[in-house]
Design a protein around this ligand. Structure first.
Ligand code: ADP
Length: 231
């Protein structure tokens, strides 16, 4: 996969990565490494320059592939005029769910994410933690097979991070594939079965945290990161 933006920036170059179905997979790399570009390509949010992206074997721009992916973006991009319930229902509708079905699923998500008392409250009146939870609930509304989380815990406090980890782990235990980007080495190590290190639009290494430590001959993942990014 190659992606060159209109201004000439080469964000991904001959990038080749296959993630097994059901995996908990982490993308780790500094700002500008190409993580968001990769995610956007998988979600069909940008035009790719060369190559292809397959989602569970289907081209990424097909209806099927798009319905299989749920994305929780880094920015909290909630519609300020919609209540929690409406946010979820509209998203369901967008993914072709029947009205009744979307309403039922929304109630389920509201309970699963502890938003019952905020059901009819609009986004600006939610706390930071509640917004993050709603973002995740929305990504899960249409029961995606692959959930992509772009720095889900950036800037959140310890308590909320622990809580988000719990939701994500449960999701994975239920068989959902997870693709996570993070700046936090600890987060990648604790959650991910496999980690890909990305730099300058290239894949530098991919392995389990143990495998990476062994490969780079160091005992800490932070040393792996330093070595990989300097090589
Ligand atoms: P990351 O998510 O790892 O921080 P990005 O995928 O956002 O990295 O960025 C990869 C590279 O592509 C960077 O050099 C960034 O400046 C550039 N880039 C990202 N989006 C655009 C865009 N819309 N137009 C031009 N360049 C972009």
């Amino acid at each position: 996969l190659t992606k060159r933006y209109d201004d000439g920036t080469l964000a991904l170059e001959d990038f080749d990565l296959k993630i097994p179905s059901g995996a908990f997979f982490g993308l780790l790399g500094p700002n500008g490494a190409g993580k968001t570009t990769l995610i956007s390509a998988v979600c069909n949010l940008l035009r790719i320059t060369e190559g292809e992206v397959l989602v569970f074997g289907e081209p990424h721009d097909t209806m099927e592939a798009r319905s299989w992916v749920g994305l929780a973006e880094q920015d909290i991009n909630l519609d300020r005029f919609l209540t929690v319930k409406e946010t979820l229902e509209y998203h369901g509708g967008y993914f072709g769910m029947e009205k009744d079905q979307a309403a039922e699923r929304a109630e389920e998500m509201i309970d699963a994410f502890g938003l019952r008392s905020k059901r009819d409250v609009r986004a600006p009146k939610l706390s930071g933690g509640q917004r993050r939870r709603l973002l995740l609930a929305r990504a899960l509304m249409h029961r995606p097979r692959l959930v992509i989380l772009d720095e889900p815990t950036a800037g959140v406090d310890f308590e909320l991070r622990t809580e988000l980890w719990r939701y994500i782990r449960q999701l994975h235990a239920e068989g959902t594939s997870i693709l996570l980007t993070t700046h936090y080495l600890e987060e990648a190590e604790v959650l991910c079965e496999e980690i890909a290190l990305i730099r300058g639009g290239h894949l530098i290494a991919r392995d389990s945290a143990d495998g990476l430590r062994e490969h780079f001959g160091v005992s800490k993942l932070s040393d792996v990161y330093v070595k990989a990014m300097a090589s």
